[in-house]
Design a protein around this ligand. Structure first.
Ligand code: ADP
Ligand code: F6P
Length: 465
C-alpha cells in the first residue's frame, strides 16, 4: 500500500460518503451512502480540504485511497465478521436501541463489545496515519466512541473533536450498559464532545460525574491534565443546495407529474425515512388509515406516499419491521383503496436528491413522526425546499428538530388519536396559516444551516487550543 497523503483536517466516520456496490454484471460501482450523517458532512468536506476516513460499505475489500465528489477518501477495511459483530452487532443491536429510549431491547454480548474495541482501534490507527502534525480530527457518531481516547494515545499532538448524531440517553438508561465507563472514557479522549441537544450534553456531563467520579462545571469535565468541553450543536442541512434544487425547472415539473401520477388528490402526504423502528412509520400509517376508518376522509381527499430506504437489513429487528410495514400497507389498501387508487403508496428504495426534492415539492403535508431521533434532517430538508410557503410539517416532539421548528404541527407519535387530528388539521390548513408557519420555520433552517453548524463546532474546538 502507498503512504497516505497527510491532511490538516480529518473526518472519521463509520461510513464513507459513497458505498461500494456490485452491479448485475459483477462490476463494482459507487452509490451515495444512506443517512443524515453523510448528508450533513458531504457539503462540509467539499468546502474544506481534508480527508475522510471510513468504511466503504462492503466486507473484505482492501481499497486504496481515492477521490470522489471532490473529497479525499481513506477506506478502512471491515471483514465479514467485523460487519456482523461491530456494525450490525454492537453499533446497531446494542448502542442504537439503548440510545433511542430502548424502543427495541438492546443486546449485551461480550463478543460484540470486543469487536467494537478492535474495530475502533483500527479506525484510530487509520486516522493517526493520515493526520498532519497538530491536525484537527473530527470523529463522528456512536459507532466510534472509543476512537477519541485511542487516537489521543497514538497522537497527543492532535486536536480531537467528537460529534454524536443520535440522542445520548439519560443516566437511568445508560447505566444498563456493561461497558458504560469505557464508553465515557473513550469520549473523554476528545477536546470537545458535541451533541444534538442540551439534554444530551447534560446527560453526558452528569454521567462523567457519577460514573467516572470526575469534577464537572456546567459544560466542562475536568481531567487531571486538561478539560473536556461538552456542548450542544444542533446539526442542519445545506439550505442553499436544497433551495437551488427546488428552483430547478425539471424538479418542479417532476413534482407536478408526481401529483398527476397520484391522481391529483386534494392532499398528498409524504414520509421519507430509512426503514428504521425509531422512525414511527407504523404509527403514522395507522393514524392516516384511521382517518379513512373514521370516514373523515375518503379516496380522492388524500394519498400517503411513504418512501423507506433499505437499512441494516440483516439485523433481526429491521427484518421484522419491514414485514410488519408491508403487511400494514397491504391491509390498509385492501380495506380502503379503490381500483387504481391506493391510499398508501409505499416504496422500499432510495432516490436521488433531485427526485427527493420533487417529492418534497409535491407534498402538501410532510409527516415526520420518529419515536426518538437525534435531529431528523428530512424535516429540515422539506422546510428548506418550500420557498412557495405552501407545505405543512407534522413533526414528532421526540425529534431534535422539534426544538427549533416550533411552528410545525407537533405530535406525540405514541398518541395515535392526537397524531391523526394534527394530520387532519395540517391537511386542511388555509394558505395564510400554512405560509405563516412555514415562513417562521424557513427562517430558522436558512439561518442555521449546516455550514454554521460546522463552523460553530470547529471554532469551539479551535478556541480551546
Ligand atoms: P437518519 O440519519 O436517521 O437516516 P435523517 O432524517 O437525519 O435520518 O437523515 C436521513 C437522510 O437520508 C436525509 O438527508 C434524507 O434526504 C436521506 N434519505 C432518507 N430516505 C431517503 C431515500 N429513500 N432516498 C434518498 N435519500 C433518503
Ligand atoms: O446518524 C444516524 C446514522 O446512524 C449514521 O451514523 C449512519 O451513517 C446513518 O444513520 C445510516 O445508518 P447506516 O450507516 O447504519 O446505514
Amino acid at each position: 500500500m502507498s503512504q497516505p497523503k497527510k491532511s490538516e483536517f480529518v473526518v472519521v466516520a463509520n461510513r464513507l460518503p459513497v458505498d461500494r456496490v456490485t452491479d448485475e454484471d459483477g462490476e463494482g460501482t459507487w452509490r451515495r451512502s444512506p443517512g443524515g450523517l453523510v448528508t450533513a458532512i458531504v457539503p462540509v468536506m467539499q468546502r474544506r480540504e481534508g480527508a475522510w476516513v471510513g468504511w466503504q460499505g462492503s466486507p473484505d475489500e482492501d481499497l486504496e485511497p481515492f477521490e470522489a465528489e471532490g473529497m479525499t477518501l481513506q477506506p478502512v477495511r471491515l471483514s465479514a465478521a467485523d460487519v456482523e459483530l461491530y456494525y450490525e452487532g454492537f453499533s446497531n443491536a446494542t448502542l442504537w436501541p439503548l440510545y433511542h429510549d430502548v424502543i427495541a431491547q438492546p443486546v449485551y454480548r461480550r463478543k460484540l463489545w470486543e469487536a467494537y474495541e478492535r474495530v475502533n482501534r483500527r479506525f484510530a490507527r487509520a486516522a493517526a496515519e493520515v493526520a498532519e502534525e497538530g491536525a484537527v480530527v473530527w470523529v463522528q457518531d456512536y459507532q466510534l466512541q472509543l476512537v477519541p481516547k485511542m487516537l489521543r494515545e497514538l497522537r497527543p499532538d492532535l486536536r480531537i473533536g467528537f460529534f454524536l448524531h443520535i440522542p445520548f440517553p439519560p443516566m437511568e438508561l445508560f447505566q444498563q450498559l456493561p461497558w458504560r465507563k469505557e464508553i465515557l472514557e473513550g469520549l473523554l479522549g476528545a477536546d470537545l464532545v458535541g451533541f444534538q441537544s442540551r439534554d444530551a450534553a447534560s446527560n453526558f456531563v452528569r454521567l462523567c460525574r457519577r460514573i467516572c467520579d470526575l469534577k464537572t462545571q456546567r459544560h466542562d469535565v475536568m481531567l487531571d491534565d486538561r478539560t473536556v468541553r461538552a456542548d450542544h450543536f444542533p446539526i442542519s442541512v445545506d439550505a442553499h443546495e436544497l433551495i437551488a434544487l427546488a428552483e430547478d425547472e425539471d424538479v418542479q415539473q417532476r413534482a407536478v407529474q408526481i401529483r398527476e401520477d397520484l391522481g391529483n388528490p386534494a392532499s398528498v402526504l409524504l414520509g421519507v425515512d430509512r426503514l428504521d423502528y425509531t422512525k414511527g412509520i407504523q404509527q403514522r400509517l395507522q393514524a392516516f388509515t384511521e382517518l379513512f376508518e373514521d370516514r373523515r376522509i375518503k379516496v380522492g381527499d388524500a394519498v400517503f406516499v411513504q418512501v423507506a430506504t433499505p437499512s441494516r437489513e440483516r439485523v433481526e429487528e429491521y427484518r421484522i419491521l419491514r414485514d410488519e410495514i408491508e403487511l400494514q400497507v397491504g391491509r390498509a389498501n385492501g380495506m380502503y383503496a379503490e381500483l387504481g387508487s391506493p391510499i398508501i403508496n409505499y416504496m422500499h428504495t432510495s432516490y436521488t436528491r433531485k427526485e427527493l426534492a420533487a417529492l418534497y415539492l409535491a407534498a402538501d403535508v410532510m409527516v415526520v413522526t420518529p419515536l426518538r431521533d437525534g435531529m431528523n434532517l428530512v424535516a429540515k430538508e422539506y422546510v428548506a425546499c418550500r420557498a412557495d410557503l405552501k407545505g405543512s410539517l407534522v413533526l414528532s416532539e421526540f425529534a431534535g428538530a422539534a426544538d427549533e421548528l416550533h411552528r410545525a404541527y407537533l405530535v406525540n407519535p405514541y398518541d395515535i388519536g392526537g397524531t391523526k387530528q394534527r394530520m387532519y388539521e395540517a391537511m386542511h390548513a388555509g394558505p395564510v396559516e400554512r405560509a405563516r408557519r412555514m415562513r417562521s420555520m424557513r427562517k430558522r433552517v436558512i439561518e442555521h444551516d449546516v455550514d454554521l453548524w460546522a463552523k460553530e463546532f470547529l471554532d469551539a474546538l479551535e478556541a480551546g487550543r
